[in-house]
Design a protein around this ligand. Structure first.
Ligand code: GLU
Length: 295
């Protein structure tokens, strides 16, 4: 199957160095395999998106010399597809509706998972109808989901004890990222997902949803996170670090170095960089970088 990758920024802040690194890695992964590279704007949660930022991000990518294939996809235009996927999960009996507030969950939970309190199952057997203010939760199995990440190696997670039944449509009506991303990637025919390592822990949930919805599983490569000087992840909302559009080549070379890639023998122009980079792209350097960091 022909390679098809994507970059999926959320328009919650201007492009920062961490997203530039992810954009570059996903683009080169595709171009080095003569594949396509698509862009999707993850503007599902309108409460977090800032109007006009999609244009700003696309403009910045253009200034850096990125070229993408096809039309830009917007999650906000895909609700009907998410609804159909949710209906299917409901019909299968894998989703139930839940009226617990975050506070109730926190006060009733007896176990902490990797992302907060594990849902104690309060509404699991109540058979509640769908109604405004109710979330849709996915029942998770007590079994380990495994996958091979191209950078981080073999991964395993048992969703029940580590995470619990998770929300696929929030009480405020917004579909959850986990469901949307699975539907979107399959609609776009994405074969390979290259994205930040902050989403490594989300992948088993997405793989489980792909199984339930009978969707193909793409290959995954997660990119080590660029951390701020305080050791914390650089947030896209941290507008203090947008990339400098006036120095695109410097930004790209910094991202290239971060990705552990071999330096060019002579200085390159922006267009020369884009011609050269896909042919020398060595994704295996990323895993070596992690091993070095661990030492
Ligand atoms: N929109 C997500 C983000 O900006 C990325 C989603 C994905 O690559 O799956 O962090």
């Amino acid at each position: 199957m022909a390679y098809r990758g994507r970059f999926a920024p959320s328009p919650t802040g201007p492009l920062h160095f961490g997203s530039l690194v992810t954009a570059l890695a996903s683009c080169l992964a595709a171009r080095s395999r003569q594949g396509e590279w698509l862009i999707r704007i993850d503007d599902l949660d309108q409460t977090r998106c800032r109007p006009g930022l999609d244009r700003t991000i696309l403009h910045t990518l253009e200034r850096f010399g990125f070229e993408w294939d096809g039309e830009i996809a917007y999650q906000s235009a895909s609700s009907e597809h998410y609804r159909q996927a949710l209906d299917r999960l409901v019909q299968q009996g894998n989703v139930y509706f839940c009226q617990c507030s975050r506070k109730t969950v926190a006060s009733q939970a007896t176990q902490m998972g990797s992302e907060g309190p594990i849902y104690p199952g309060t509404c699991r057997a109540l058979g509640l109808n769908d109604a405004p203010g109710r979330a849709a939760r996915l029942r998770v199995p007590d079994r380990t989901i495994t996958f091979e990440d191209a950078t981080f190696g073999p991964q395993a997670q048992n969703l029940a004890p580590e995470l619990g039944d998770f929300v696929v449509r929030r009480a405020d009506g917004y579909f959850a990222y986990q469901l949307a991303v699975v539907v979107d990637d399959s609609l776009a025919g994405i074969t390979d997902i290259v994205r930040g390592a902050d989403l490594l822990a989300s992948t088993p949930r997405q793989i489980y949803l792909q199984e339930l919805l009978a969707l193909p599983r793409p290959d995954y490569r997660h990119i080590p996170l660029v951390l701020g000087t305080d050791g914390k992840k650089l947030s896209k909302r941290d507008a203090a670090h947008p990339v400098d559009e006036k120095a695109p080549l410097e930004g790209l070379m910094a991202a290239w170095r971060f990705l552990g890639q071999p330096l060019p023998e002579t200085p390159l122009s922006l267009s020369e960089f884009w011609q050269w980079a896909p042919s020398v792209w060595q994704p295996e350097n990323l895993s070596q970088q992690i091993t070095n960091d661990d030492k």
